[in-house]
Ligand binder design. Structure first.
Ligand SMILES: NC(=O)c1ccc[n+]([C@@H]2O[C@H](COP(=O)([O-])OP(=O)(O)OC[C@H]3O[C@@H](n4cnc5c(N)ncnc54)[C@H](OP(=O)(O)O)[C@@H]3O)[C@@H](O)[C@H]2O)c1
Length: 326
């Protein structure tokens, strides 16, 4: 297989290289692109050194089976259509194409059927949304999801390498705000993205829209409050969900346990610091919400893995299997 990664030096790009290596795929070609400042940087796929090159329009005239983009919305809008004209599938991590009706927004375990015979651009969903919809989709099939109220506790790596850098500098004593509207060290900031006229932030609006699009259920309502916390890796969320039908708790646990990429913790809970290299959405503290038609739980996921790189690589893997490349 021939693969390219645009934004290979970033938090998500580097993790994509790791996730591909974890599949142990024999690749015919892996090209890595980033900005001019990273030209010549050496990264490794398994034990093979690969020199990062500056992204240009010409770079994407090569035909690849899969081109991953993780370089932000502007680069995706400018370059992904060029790649899509030449290559088979372009998987973009930014929000640039997520709202477009003709572009699938895919979590393979939920709506991977959309990839069948598909070529062009696929959008990878928002990190907090992926780790939340994986368990909710498992429950929706049986109980009919109606409403979600969610509050997130999102790691600084969700803002990319500059988020990690900002927190590390502040830990060492800097009082500069860095990329955030307030100091993040020893603090929590109830703003991710910019505020819209509705009072919700762009991140909160993404959780609402993307949940409905991925689950293909327009009638679900999502009320999100997204908060940045001084954690390096791993987003957490408290999720309250209302359903059409009454729930039996042991059955709900069984449904979650049998769902792909969901890990249930009974009588214990997971914290982001303990997430390790997990590519799963973790559910703990599962209990009834306000009545027997509602549930509430603690949801943790590695934002750069299941929230970004691992989901993107899962999209590629499923598409490759569906199209007989694997
Ligand atoms: N981090 C997460 O948890 C997460 C989760 C879901 C989605 N995403 C999305 O994934 C994308 C990447 O995020 P990230 O966290 O990896 O950000 P990041 O750490 O800031 O990395 C950004 C990457 O984009 C590259 N880039 C910047 N300008 C470029 C240009 N002009 N030409 C080519 N490459 C350029 C950078 O290259 P240089 O190193 O050369 O500057 C770097 O490789 C964003 O759209 C983000 O919203 C991130």
């Amino acid at each position: 297989m021939r693969i390219a990664i645009v934004g290979a030096t970033g938090e998500v790009g580097r993790m994509m290289i790791s996730c591909l290596a974890e599949l142990n795929l024999e690749l015919d070609l892996l090209d890595l692109f980033a900005s001019a400042k990273s030209e010549g940087t050496m990264l490794y796929y398994l034990d093979h050194p690969i020199k990062v090159r500056e992204l240009t329009q010409e770079s994407l005239l090569t035909k690849y089976d899969y081109v991953f983009f993780s370089a932000g919305g502007g680069i995706a809008r400018a370059f992904a259509p060029i790649a899509a004209d030449v290559s088979e599938l372009v998987i973009d991590n930014s929000s640039a194409f997520r709202r477009e009706d003709t572009i699938p927004l895919v979590v393979p375990q939920i709506n991977g059927d959309l990839l069948l015979s598909y070529t062009g651009i696929v959008a990878n969903p928002n990190c907090s949304t992926i780790q939340m919809v994986l368990p909710l989709a498992a429950l929706d099939n049986e109980y009919g999801l109606k409403k979600v109220v969610v509050s997130t506790y999102q790691a600084v790596s969700g803002s990319g390498h500059s988020g990690v850098d900002t927190l590390k500098k502040q830990r060492r004593g800097s009082t500069l705000k860095g990329i955030y509207p307030e100091v993040i060290d020893l603090n929590v900031i109830p703003q991710i993205g910019v505020f819209l006229d509705s009072g919700y932030s762009t991140e909160e609006e993404k959780m609402d829209h993307e949940t409905r699009k991925i689950m293909r259920r327009d009638e679900i309502v999502v009320c999100a409050t997204t908060v940045r916390v001084p954690v390096l890796y791993g987003h957490s969320a408290t999720v309250y969900a209302e359903f059409e039908r009454e729930i039996e708790l042991t059955r709900a646990v069984a449904l979650l346990k049998s769902a792909e990429a969901v890990r249930v913790h009974e009588n214990s809970y997971l914290t982001p610091l303990a997430i390790g290299n997990s590519n799963e959405a973790h559910v703990s503290r599962l209990r009834y919400g306000t009545d027997k038609r509602s549930l509430t739980f603690w949801n943790v996921g590695h934002n750069v893995r299941i929230g970004a790189a691992a989901n993107a690589v899962n999209i590629m893997h499923l598409h490759a299997k569906q199209s007989g490349k694997l």
